[in-house]
Ligand binder design. Structure first.
Ligand code: IPD
Length: 262
């Protein structure tokens, strides 16, 4: 497969979603409730998805498509995993920390291309397996922080946090990590968090109960930037689906897992 051609198509699609989203930003939005009142879709998610799909379908009709708002069709050995807006709550509130996330992955959910675009911040993170990771065309690398007390981490909370059992709401892990590190952030877009680990702005990120379309673009970027991604057990069985994703600069990975397994 010509991964550079796949990456170029993913970048074109993400940039065209940005063209659609920028004029909608800083205006009131139309919200529709999905699974519960904390989980919404806006006119922006639908418009961005409508911009992305035809570009990818035309460039690579052989690939299946899994997109958060339901567009596209399954099929093929490789599949696109698309989040037209990751960080919909931020978009709905006109907070600029949201992203467009597009990944191509095989049937085991291993990403070979990943693109994460922040249209308001003007940042395009992009990677193809074996070709490195870039931010606006410049190579990026994970941080070299090796001491948890100097680390800045981020995380997020699942939209069903009010109803899930025990620690799945992430409150205990958040508190335990806050005690271990210099400081914590909650940006509200997992794809943005993962990209920030890839370029060294963050030293680590974890989240549970999210989806392949939230994480696979950023995972590809981190892996190409020299970082590490696993699930909480330290394997990869639950990481690529978004069920449990722990991402770091590699140097802090063992320490992060110890906190999350505690
Ligand atoms: C959300 C973001 C957020 C996470 C939420 C997700 P969405 O994705 O990734 O960081 O904490 O759980 O639902 O719904 O805005 O695409």
């Amino acid at each position: 497969m010509d991964l550079k051609a796949v990456q170029a198509a993913a970048e074109r699609a993400a940039l065209s979603a940005g063209e659609v989203l920028r004029p909608l930003f800083n205006h009131p939005h139309e919200e529709t409730i999905k699974a519960n009142i904390y989980d919404v879709v806006t006119e922006g998610d639908l418009a961005a998805e409508a911009a992305i799909l035809p570009i990818l379908q035309q460039a690579f009709p052989e690939f299946g498509i899994l997109s958060e708002e339901g567009g596209g069709a399954d099929g093929g050995e490789y599949q696109w995993h698309i989040d037209p807006i990751d960080g919909t709550t931020n978009f709905a509130n006109n907070i600029p920390f949201f992203s467009v996330s597009i990944a191509l992955a095989d049937r085991s959910l291993r990403p070979v291309v990943g693109v994460v675009y922040m249209p308001i911040l003007g940042e395009l993170f992009s990677a193809a397996q074996g070709h490195g990771a870039t931010l606006n065309g410049q190579p990026i690398h994970a941080s070299r922080t090796a001491d948890m007390r100097r680390a800045v981490m981020s995380s997020g909370f699942p939209t069903d946090r009010h109803t899930v059992e025990g620690d799945l709401n992430n409150l205990r892990h958040w508190r335990d990590m806050l005690w271990a590190v210099r400081d914590m952030r909650r940006f509200g877009s997992a794809a943005l968090d993962l990209s920030y680990v890839a370029c060294g702005r963050l030293d680590g990120f974890w989240e549970r109960r999210i989806h392949s379309w939230d994480v696979l673009g950023g995972i590809c970027v981190i892996q190409e930037a020299g970082g590490t991604v696993t699930d909480i057990g330290g394997g990869t069985a639950k990481a690529f689906s978004g069920e449990e994703v722990v991402a770091s600069n590699g140097l802090l990975h063992g320490d992060m897992l110890k906190v999350l397994q505690g």
